[in-house]
Design a protein around this ligand. Sequence first.
Ligand code: CIR
Length: 256
Amino acid sequence: MFTRALVRPPAASFAAGLTSSDLGPPDLALALRQHAAYVAALRRCGLALTELAPDPAFPDSTFVEDTAVLVPGCAVIARPGAPSRAGETAAVRAALRPLFARMAEIEAPGTLDGGDICAAGEHVFIGLSARTNEAGGRQLATILAREGLTSSFLDVRALAGLLHLKSGLAWLGARRLLALDALREHPALRGWTTIPVARGEEYAANCVLLDERVLVPAGFPQVSTNLRALGLEPLALEMSEFRKMDGGLSCLSLRF
Ligand code: CIR
């Protein structure tokens, strides 16, 4: 399904990034080891990697997923909703340009973080959040329609603790979605099969499907059990240091 991924290791300034968590400051050396294990897992799953150099000017730049939305043949450069992250797109744009036939951009007044965009085959769920506004979402929907993809909106602004749509929703192939309870009854998910996330395992709602394998954060056994019941193979990765900075597992890569 994917053949490549783009990643960017955490920079020396990583601990100065945005966070609302009370888990304490991240340990950079451990974050680097966890990132290396994440990259190794992507390679084991057969993906060819493009690795950008860390940039200490952007403490959150390891969360590359927020800087673009990638669909077959087209890279859409996002316009991150947090001002401190706006400059992260330049290096990502330059790296993606040679790899995509078509490029598109989210433009002002639109803002959009890739973490709000959950692609599920031919359909794309667009989250509206504190980072992604209606203008950004509408621009993306227009670009996706041009690419032959349908989309629908889910407003997560009233859901406490959800930074991005994908903090609570992950595609598991076919018409299956792993979804937090707060999202399962949303009208946009009608006609989809939602797989629940056990209480206390909410962080694992953010996971990444790679063919029959699913990268999941380590330490959430019920989610892994539910994935196995679907015939999928969970691969657990330590994510503690990224979680301290509000980062989910998917946000450490752009897959295409
Ligand atoms: C931020 O607040 O922007 C970063 N500290 C975390 C971004 C995580 N992105 C994601 O889960 N897609």
